[in-house]
Design a protein around this ligand. Sequence first.
Ligand code: SAH
Ligand code: DHB
Ligand code: MG
Length: 212
Amino acid sequence: MDERLERYVSELFAAEDPILRKIRARHDEQQLPPINISPEEGKLLHLLLRIIEAKRVLEIGSLGGYSGVWLARALPRDGKLITLEKDPRHARVAREAFTDAGLEGRVELIEGGALEVLPTLTPGFDAVFIDADKEPLPQYFDWGMRLLRVGGLLLCDNAFFHGAAVDASDQSGNARGVRAFNTLASGDPRLVATIVPVRDGLLVGLKTRDDA
Ligand code: SAH
Ligand code: DHB
Ligand code: MG
């Protein structure tokens, strides 16, 4: 999307409150990589969770907690966001963000590599938001589908991956992971999916059944 139009949407519909601004400022201060979702993507994720009345959500890749706050704010008081982060420094910043936002009761951050932690989780999630390393995306697809309830949402950031989605000459592990994920999501009979062209592309899929 045109950057001016993106800003227009953000300012009109996804204005940040002081807490989100503080999280972003801390991000910069701590020199975390500036790869958090954008406000309009945050608002879209928030809205999708509200539409399905999500109560139990999984995020892979917490970074500094920016997306986590948009997600957790969509949940009822007794809802739960489980967010996975392998970098202890990122995890510390994210925990601070959830506390600042008054969400510590609604968020459980599990520190560790996603592929180690995913097998320990109980299925039945209302939504799974994938936003971590890109090479294992096909494995995250399988885990997401296994952990989602029927009627749940499979959400994946960076579906375009800066254009690498359509650049077959990019044979990096990351680009291959993103393309494989998109192909899996488009062809799986258990899923109805598309890519919303917000920021770097957000893949949105509805799990419609359990069996293939
Ligand atoms: N969702 C965040 C951005 C996540 S950036 C936001 O929008 O605010 C990607 C994060 O995934 C980084 O913090 C990185 O440390 C983490 N990560 C990368 N590989 C991982 C893995 N295998 N398991 C868990 N976390 C991982
Ligand atoms: C980048 C952006 C992301 O949103 C992400 O999850 C990983 C990497 C990037 O711009 O490199
Ligand atoms: Mg991302």
